[in-house]
Design a protein around this ligand. Sequence first.
Ligand SMILES: Nc1ncnc2c1ncn2[C@@H]1O[C@H](COP(=O)(O)OP(=O)(O)OP(=O)(O)O)[C@@H](O)[C@H]1O
Length: 341
Amino acid sequence: MISLNNVTKVFKTKSGMITAVDNVKINIKEGEIFGIIGYSGAGKSTLVRMFNGLERPTKGTITIDGKEISKIRGAELRKARQEIGMIFQHFNLLWSRTVRDNISFPLEIAGVPKAKRKKRVEELIKLVGLEGREDAYPSQLSGGQKQRVGIARALANNPKVLLCDEATSALDPETTDSILDLLLDINKKMGLTIILITHEMHVIRKIAHRVAVMENGKVVEVAPVMEIFKNPKTDITKRFVQQITDEEETMEAVQHLLEKYSTGKIVKLTFIGETAEQPIISELIKEQSISINILQGKISQTRTGSYGTLLIQLVGDTEHIDKAIEQLKKQQVGVEVISHD
Ligand SMILES: Nc1ncnc2c1ncn2[C@@H]1O[C@H](COP(=O)(O)OP(=O)(O)OP(=O)(O)O)[C@@H](O)[C@H]1O
């Protein structure tokens, strides 16, 4: 559906050349929710601007639904852009127009006749849950409602792709979740391909199928979301995963515990999918002569299953502790020994 082949973007500035996007290769499938995560300056915005032809690659090609976006210009590009909706962090609404007229705007531009426009606007208002707010102005809406207008407007011309550039970054956590639920709903109902640009792992965890991690213009890792949680390969990916698992904080607490209790071993277990629902710990206590202190546990739901971590302290004699670790390793559980005696 979307393919980026060796895409590079170099900006010439007074202080020299900046490679904002560096040799990026990604293939996104039709109907997929694909996340692109990176910290500020990683190159996400530049990449997204190339998706809809606002910026041209210095090298490489971008093909969307068979059209090479990076090559076409003028009327052909304007037409291709109708297939690509976009929503923004700060909504970019027209402040002097009502909700209804904001949503109608792209239809006017596309030359849709009045009666058809009216019908489509009503459909979209229902789809995004803004019934009763049709005549309000953007300044009278909450952040979440403004983004709903943004989504309705982006979907007006039935695009095949929706680009979301930090679309929930200005919203509180609860409103973020309601907007993500709406995007998920639209993806399921319409089979729309969604690209999420974000610096928040929560957004990826909640709705994405796959994610690309960007650093210094490069994609350093691409994988299904569950895989990224299970086995983050690069340091930057580990930092993003820690946003969700609170691992950094936990590790501080573990350091304190290590100083306080010098016995046993501290083990981090990672549960993926079905293993998160099995009684692994109770079996361990039954079968091995050790005691277990539970230090911290967390379970999160991703689009394709659950993911959990559990930090435990195994106390007993070394032989039994080693046996317990062996037993854990035989299960479909990630086992990492954090400390030794
Ligand atoms: N038009 C431009 N001219 C010169 N340099 C640019 C231009 N646009 C972006 N850059 C540089 O390219 C790099 C990547 O920027 P980009 O905005 O794509 O990153 P980002 O991941 O979207 O970060 P943010 O979330 O802060 O926007 C940065 O070093 C930025 O300064």
